[in-house]
Design a protein around this ligand. Sequence first.
Ligand SMILES: [Zn+2]
Length: 300
Amino acid sequence: MKIIAYGTAWFSDFVIESGVADETNTWNFLCVLFDNVNVTLPEQKEQTINLQLTQIHKEDIINCMRRFANSMQEMSLGKIKINYDIVETDTPITSMSYDQENGYYVSGYNVKEVIDPYIQQGKYDHIFIAFRTGNINQEQKLEKDWIGLGYMEYRGIGFSNIRLPENDHDYTYKYDSRINTFPEEVFVHEFLHTLERNAEEYGYERPELHNNELYGYQNKPLIGLKNWYQDYMNKTIQTQSGNIGLPNEIYTKKPVKASDFIFSHRLQYFNEPDNILEELNNMVKKVKILFEQVGQRISN
Ligand SMILES: [Zn+2]
């Protein structure tokens, strides 16, 4: 049966406002701890995952967020400042998204009931969600199962998964002077994917975050790829044709959010034509950034 709908769509009270973009280098992060995952994966023979964050997991994540905020400021030599809030919810994650390359992951849409109210506050520039699953991607024949997933966005804001392992003896997120002195690495890595994506969208040249080996950077004991991230942030990766990395300006290019419009004014339609065009152009760019990103692109 074919259903064809007829009708007329009406738009009323359509207002274009221009706001003052927040161009400081302070980023507000939200980290949401999802205490419960209760999900059935249909492609995996109805495999059900029912796992909880333990108190130890929560403490590890709280510790990592504090270290992440300090490390980003230190490693970028002060180019970025980070404020953050950590919230915990007992509302379970009950659905996951699926992608051929990355297998199962949690998109913003899977947890929108929990995170939308925070986004509506208009305060946050990036969101981490932390949750625990088993080996969800074991049967997907992925090159490597991920623990963090980034390069995503949700409602115009960078969005990353921080996955906690099922195994309690894993040191990925634990500081230990003999095993791991950079436990915030997954957070740094995933946020740099957002800056990497933003740089591309603003038309800057930048190396791919996963191309460390191409430029001679190896994973090291204790600190992982810390040196690579530091050079990536400061555009101090040396090549034959000069230094490369993220552009300095990227730290002030945050998502457009409701708070940018608190002091907004209505466009003056009787301005000089140049002015109107300029304002409209800026608006269109912002609207484009907000809405074009709805299509999700992800990488691990
Ligand atoms: Zn990655």
